[in-house]
Design a binder for this molecule. Structure first.
Ligand SMILES: [Zn+2]
Length: 78
């Protein structure tokens, strides 16, 4: 058995709990802001980022792919 470094890592899908190979999993960054002042974006200090992994079927089901597309388009436009 040959274990390639870091290639065989499996992550757990946050939705269905299945173990998915990391290169096939969809990474989704949840951003949770705790600040109540949403007017001033620069003032948001309590900002937590959580990386969540989903399997492909769950990602499709949750529409993460579309969101990623939207984000990509936005960043390209910007
Ligand atoms: Zn899943």
């Amino acid at each position: 058995m040959c274990l390639m470094r870091g290639k065989e890592t499996a992550v757990t899908c946050d939705s269905c709990g299945r173990k998915v190979p990391r290169n096939k999993a969809v990474v989704f960054e949840k951003a949770i802001s705790f600040s109540t002042e949403l007017h001033n974006v620069n003032d948001v200090r309590f900002f937590e980022r959580r990386k969540v992994y989903y399997c492909i079927s769950c990602a499709k089901h949750r529409g993460i792919f579309e969101k990623k597309k939207e984000m990509a388009l936005r960043s390209k436009k910007y």
